[in-house]
Design a protein around this ligand. Structure first.
Ligand SMILES: [Zn+2]
Length: 438
C-alpha cells in the first residue's frame, strides 16, 4: 500500500490519499472512524491538540463522541453529511474555514471554546441547551436556518462580519453567566454583531436574551454597521449603565477610541456618525414594533453620543447638557414636569429669604415678609402663601399681583424666573407632544 500525502497509508485509487482525507462520500464510515481514532496525537504538550483533523473529510453525521473532553483542530475539514455533537463536553474545537454540507447539531453540549471563523454552513445549524465559553463565528456564513436556543455564551461571543442568510433565531440566549453571581466583575460578555450581514433581516429574531434567569448584566451588544432596523427584538434585558440608560457596546468602543486614539481597534474605526446611526436604526426598529420606551432610550443614546463627541463645540455641549438635564433631550415628559415643579418650588423658597422678601403690592410701605424665625406655624404658612402668590403672579405675567418681590434683587430674580418657567413649560409640552405623536 502506498503512502498518502499526510503519511498515512493511502486508500486504493488514483489520488493516493488516506481514508481521512479521501473526499469520496462513499468511503466506509467504520474504517474512517478507526483511522481517526488512531490519529490521536501522543506525547503532546498540554497546549497541543489531541486530534489534528485538518482537511479531514467526515462521511457520517454521527460518531463525534470520540472527541469527548478533547482539543481538536478541524481546520478546512469537510462534513459531508453534517455533524451531530451531542451530550458531550469538549475542550476546544477549531473549525476555521471548515464546510458543513449537512446540518450541524450541537445539543446539550458544553465547550470551553468553539471557533467557527470563516466556516460555511450549507445546511441548518442548531445549538440547543449548550454552553460555550468562547464562541467565535467571525466571517462565518450561515446559508440556511440557524437556531440558538437556551444557549449560554459565558465568556465571549463573536459574530463579527457573520452572514445570516436565512432565518436566524436567538431564543433564551444568555450572554454572560446563567447563575446569578452578585458583585462579580467577571462576566462582561459582549454579543459582537458588528458588521454582521443579515440577508433577510425580517427573519432574524432575538427573543428572551439574558432574561431567562437572573443574569448579572444585561444584553451588551454591538450592532455597528448591521442592518437591525427590521430584526425582531422581544423581551430583551438590554444592558444599562449605572444611570439606567440603555447603552450599546458601540458607544463604549467609541469612548475607548476617543480616550486612546493611538490604540487601533481590531474591528475598524468607530465614529460618532456610525454609533448614532446604529442607535437611530434601533430606534426605528422599536418605533415600528411599538416599544416606545425603548425607542426613546435609543433616541437618548444617539443624542448622548452627539453631546459627548470631542468634535461638538463647547457651547453646543452646554446646550445638550441642559437639554438632557431639563427633559432628557425632549424624550421624558416626567423629567420635564419634575424639573418645572422643582424650578417653581426653588423660587418659592428663595423669595422670602433675606434680603429678597415679598410684600403686599397694595401697600408698598408695609414691612416685607421673610421666612420667620422662631415663630408660629401660622407665620410660616402666611409667608409661604405670600411667596406662592408672588411666584404665580410672576410666572403668569400678572398685571395685578397681590404680592410682589420686595427688593431690587427680588425683581431681578423675577426677570430670570419668568422666562425660565416659560422655557421649561415649552419643553414639557414638546416632550408630551413627542410622546403622543407615537
Ligand atoms: Zn491523508
Amino acid at each position: 500500500m502506498s503512502s498518502g500525502l499526510c503519511g498515512r497509508p493511502a486508500a486504493p485509487g488514483p489520488d493516493s490519499v488516506c481514508i481521512c482525507h479521501d473526499p469520496s462520500p462513499a468511503k466506509d464510515g467504520n474504517q474512517f472512524w478507526a483511522a481517526v481514532k488512531a490519529s490521536s496525537v501522543d506525547n503532546r504538550s498540554s497546549f497541543q491538540e489531541d486530534y489534528d483533523c485538518t482537511n479531514f473529510v467526515f462521511p457520517t453525521f454521527d460518531g463525534f463522541s470520540i472527541f469527548e473532553d478533547k482539543r481538536v483542530i478541524f481546520t478546512e475539514a469537510s462534513f459531508l453529511k453534517g455533524a451531530h455533537f451531542k451530550l458531550c463536553r469538549f475542550k476546544a474545537f477549531r473549525f476555521e474555514s471548515a464546510t458543513f454540507s449537512g446540518p450541524l447539531y450541537f445539543a446539550d453540549a458544553h465547550a470551553d471554546a468553539l471557533t467557527f471563523s470563516s466556516v460555511t454552513f450549507e445546511d441548518c445549524v442548531v445549538f440547543a441547551r449548550s454552553s460555550v465559553g468562547d464562541a467565535d463565528f467571525m466571517w462565518a456564513k450561515f446559508k440556511k436556518r440557524v437556531v440558538f436556543r437556551s444557549v449560554t455564551f459565558s465568556r465571549s461571543a463573536y459574530f463579527f462580519e457573520t452572514t445570516l442568510g436565512d432565518e436566524a433565531i436567538f431564543d433564551d440566549v444568555v450572554f454572560g453567566q446563567r447563575e446569578s453571581r452578585p458583585c462579580s466583575d467577571r462576566g462582561v460578555v459582549v454579543a459582537n454583531f458588528r458588521n454582521a450581514h443579515f440577508v433577510q433581516p425580517k427573519l432574524v429574531d432575538f427573543a428572551r436574551i439574558n432574561e431567562s434567569e437572573r443574569v448579572h448584566r444585561g444584553f451588551r451588544a454591538s450592532f455597528l454597521n448591521t442592518d437591525i432596523e427590521f430584526v425582531r427584538f422581544t423581551d430583551i434585558a438590554w444592558h444599562r449603565n449605572k444611570a439606567g440608560e440603555l447603552v450599546l457596546e458601540d458607544e463604549y468602543d467609541l469612548e475607548q477610541q476617543n480616550n486612546n486614539p493611538e490604540a487601533k481597534s481590531l474591528y475598524g474605526e468607530t465614529t460618532d456618525e456610525l454609533v448614532t446611526a446604529t442607535y437611530r436604526r434601533l430606534c426605528k426598529n422599536f418605533d415600528n414594533s411599538r416599544q416606545y420606551d425603548l425607542a426613546e432610550d435609543c433616541y437618548v443614546g444617539s443624542m448622548r453620543v452627539k453631546a459627548k463627541s470631542p468634535r461638538t463645540p463647547l457651547s453646543q455641549k452646554v446646550i445638550y447638557t441642559l437639554y438632557n438635564w431639563l427633559s432628557a433631550y425632549g424624550s421624558s415628559y416626567t423629567r420635564a414636569a419634575t424639573m418645572l415643579l422643582s424650578i417653581v418650588v426653588v423660587f418659592i423658597l428663595i423669595f422670602p429669604l433675606h434680603p429678597v422678601g415679598v410684600q403686599l403690592a397694595s401697600s408698598p410701605a408695609s414691612a416685607p415678609l421673610y421666612w420667620p424665625m422662631n415663630k408660629s406655624p401660622r407665620d410660616w404658612s402666611r409667608t409661604m402663601a405670600a411667596s406662592i402668590s408672588a411666584n404665580l403672579a410672576i410666572v403668569s405675567l400678572s398685571k395685578n399681583p397681590v404680592y410682589l418681590p420686595a427688593s431690587t434683587l427680588g425683581k431681578n430674580l423675577a426677570l430670570v424666573e419668568a422666562p425660565l418657567v416659560a422655557l421649561q413649560t415649552a419643553l414639557l409640552f414638546l416632550a408630551l407632544g413627542r410622546r403622543f405623536k407615537r
